[in-house]
Design a protein around this ligand. Structure first.
Ligand SMILES: Cc1cc2nc3c(=O)[nH]c(=O)nc-3n(C[C@H](O)[C@H](O)[C@H](O)COP(=O)(O)O)c2cc1C
Length: 342
């Protein structure tokens, strides 16, 4: 490990109080619809090193009605001490009832999704649509707060316009309504990760509230992570896409884990096994496709890997394609190839 990496490890490995609980380090997996599923989390758990794992977002109505398959509200009991369930919805009572189910199931915390800007979510007045209605968003936070005692996170973006003062106002509203921690992604809702996030806004949000703030957005290597923390003073960092590319990154940065070249084959093969175990072969194949671009981003010529994967029609041919590609010792990139990360 270089001295620089030691510095990052020391920055991350400080326990942090969140509500009535404490996390062991400050590097957390951000929520990702469909990708932050039970199989991917089991893969991550094998490497370890994270402070918390956030689930794929679960619809509050489906959670309340007990539709586990539809909501993605499924877990392994071993992961519960580190697992946060992200909920989306726009009805305060339903969100609170869903949060109660999350607490009863034994999760570490609940996270409210006020950041997702995909049309399918915003059309139903959920996710980032709520950033236009701070009063309703605050009502959701306080109803949930009133019903649960486990920590309550809120994840949000700058708003619908590029105005840091609006983000600061939102942060204060969420904190006053009872949030225990914030994850802030400093992009506007219409920006689908095209422009760089404005990390300087994270510092403004951090200064405005007395609860922990996790910065998020475009952390692709150790230098990015350290820069985000030092520049903004944020309490921790949430990573999404880099974790898909390198699921061992938490162990690497917080525990000094050193990946060898073989990991680029063993990791996707293990993921495929886990997807098959949890979802069956057909769904595993479809779900694996979603991960392919992120693995491909690890290679200098990742486009070849990506198109190879998409030609496979079953799990066994996928396994052969992965082994084949990796047997030629493909050149890896220290920093993922961002053009492949959507
Ligand atoms: C495939 C994918 C799915 C995502 N799904 C969610 C989601 O369900 N809820 C949420 O709050 N953010 C979601 N996000 C946003 C991420 O949590 C994160 O804010 C964003 O990717 C920026 O972080 P990164 O640069 O580390 O990837 C998703 C991102 C990706 C790439």
């Amino acid at each position: 490990m270089t001295d620089k990496n030691h510095e990052l490890t020391a920055l991350l490995n400080r326990p942090l109080r969140i509500g009535k609980k404490t996390i062991r380090n400050r590097l957390i997996l951000a929520p990702m619809a469909r990708l932050g599923n039970i199989a991917f989390r089991e893969l991550l758990a094998g490497f370890g090193g994270y402070g918390l794992l956030f689930s794929e977002m679960a619809g509050s109505r489906s959670v309340v009605s007990g539709n586990k398959q539809k909501s993605g509200f499924i877990w392994r009991d071993e992961e519960l001490p580190f697992l946060v369930c992200q909920l989306f919805g726009d009805d305060p009572a339903t969100m609170a009832a869903a949060a109660q189910k999350v607490e009863d199931a034994g999760f570490f915390a609940v996270d409210l999704n006020f950041g997702c800007s995909v049309k399918a979510v915003c059309r139903h007045n959920c996710g980032a649509a709520l950033l236009r209605q701070p009063a309703l968003a605050a009502q959701i936070v306080s109803r949930v707060r009133g019903l649960i005692s486990i920590p309550l996170f809120v994840k949000f973006r700058t708003g619908w316009e590029d105005n840091p003062q609006y983000a600061v106002r939102l942060a204060r509203i969420f904190a006053e309504a009872g949030a225990d921690a914030l994850t802030f992604h400093p992009r506007t809702a219409p920006d689908r990760r095209t422009r760089p996030p404005k990390w300087e806004y994270i510092g403004r949000v951090k200064e405005a509230v007395n609860i922990p703030v996790f910065g998020n957005g475009n952390v692709f290597d150790a230098a990015d992570c350290e820069k985000m923390m030092r520049m903004s003073g944020c309490d921790g960092v949430a990573i999404a896409r880099l974790a898909l590319c390198k699921p061992w990154i938490f162990a690497q940065w917080t525990e000094g884990f050193r990946p060898d070249a073989e990991i680029y084959a063993s990791c996707p093969l293990k993921l495929l096994d886990l997807l098959e175990k949890h979802f069956g072969a057909d769904t595993a194949l479809r779900r694996f496709y979603r991960f392919a671009a992120y693995y491909a981003a690890n290679f200098r010529f990742g486009h070849t890997f990506f198109s190879r994967i998409h030609q496979c029609k079953d799990c066994d041919s996928l396994r052969i394609a992965i082994k084949d590609f990796c047997s030629n010792a493909p050149e890896t990139a220290e920093r993922p190839n961002i053009s492949l990360l959507r």
